[in-house]
Design a protein around this ligand. Structure first.
Ligand code: ADP
Ligand code: MG
Length: 299
């Protein structure tokens, strides 16, 4: 669904250049539900804006659903935004109108007319579990419900890819769990590919793959040992008391880029022997690559 190779984005202003993405590699399979994490300023929103066609990359390669977003004409980019992707932001105010009802808000972007439009809006509200609240004004809905209206709107034109930038950023844990459950349901039932940007580790633990961005590059990747569905099934079988430690559910991988560079987790570099060093010994040992502190006389 998504292929990013050496993706670069540079923001230029009069006297300043910010390299927001510096050679980012990422692949996302059709039907994946994955999360992107990283500190503030690491380039997460920049990446999502590129994926959504809201802004153009400066260099590198980016294709989504087989479409090349670097060489695409402006006209094709507009169509891409309308037909291929759906967007959900943290701040609902950006896509919603407070004095209209949930249903009216959902009807707005639908390109159909008359009864077909109403029917489609109802279908979307059902998909996000809001059919009973459809006549309420937006201002009468809770934060989580408003976010579900925003998700219904993002789905209005049947996108293949749903992009969500900090979708639970302003919600409490329980409500953000419900939003994530909805993403999972849409992923499973519609086969929708979903990319969620978050800095919430709690949310990130609940998807099958998490990619971490550091300084505009992918630095590490966590893969679920078992699918979330398997884990839920097991929990139901064994009861809640056996709930495995959440940290155990993912394996962490460091990403090796095309030049063979690899980012070592910062916590490892704090260890005795590695701290404040700028090199390590790299050795091949029985099919493993081993990193050791340099010998004393080498430093
Ligand atoms: P994140 O979403 O991970 O917090 P962003 O993608 O928003 O990070 O920002 C990455 C870097 O790019 C930051 O240094 C930010 O200041 C800069 N940046 C983002 N958008 C713009 C812009 N429109 N103009 C200039 N710099 C920007
Ligand atoms: Mg951001």
């Amino acid at each position: 669904m998504i292929v990013c190779d050496g993706l670069v984005k540079i923001y230029k202003s009069a006297d300043l250049e910010v390299v927001a993405l510096q050679g980012l590699d990422l692949r996302v399979e059709p039907g994946e539900l994955m999360a992107i994490v990283g500190n503030s300023g690491s380039g997460k929103s920049t990446l999502l804006n590129m994926l959504g066609g809201l802004d153009r990359p400066s260099a590198g390669k980016l294709t989504v659903a087989g479409k090349d977003l670097l060489s695409m004409s402006d006209r094709d980019l507009i169509r891409y935004k309308r037909e291929t992707v759906g967007f959900v932001w943290q701040n609902n105010a950006r896509n919603l109108i407070p004095y209209l009802t949930a249903q009216e808000n959902v009807e707005l972007p639908i390109l159909l007319r008359g009864r077909r439009r109403k029917a489609r809006a109802l279908e979307l509200l059902e998909a996000v579990g809001l059919q009973d609240r459809r006549r309420n004004r937006l201002s009468e809905l809770s934060g989580g419900e408003q976010q579900r209206v925003a998700i219904a709107i993002a789905l209005a034109n049947e996108p293949q890819l749903l992009l969500a930038d900090e979708p639970t950023g302003s919600l409490d844990t329980k409500t953000s769990d419900q939003v994530l459950d909805l993403f999972r349901k849409l992923n499973r039932e519609l086969g929708l590919t979903i990319v969620i940007v978050t800095h919430d580790p709690h949310l990130a633990r609940k998807v099958d793959r998490v990619v971490a961005i550091r300084d505009g590059r992918t630095s590490s990747e966590m893969l679920r040992r078992r699918s979330y569905a398997e884990e839920l099934a097991e929990l139901e079988r064994k009861g809640a008391e056996s709930a495995a430690a959440e940290e155990e559910s993912h394996v962490e991988y460091a990403v090796i880029d095309k030049a063979g560079r690899l980012q070592i987790p910062a916590s490892f570099l704090e260890a005795e022997g590695f701290k404040d060093r700028n090199k390590v010994r790299v050795e091949w040992e029985d099919g493993r690559i081993v990193l050791r502190p340099p010998d004393a006389d080498e430093t």
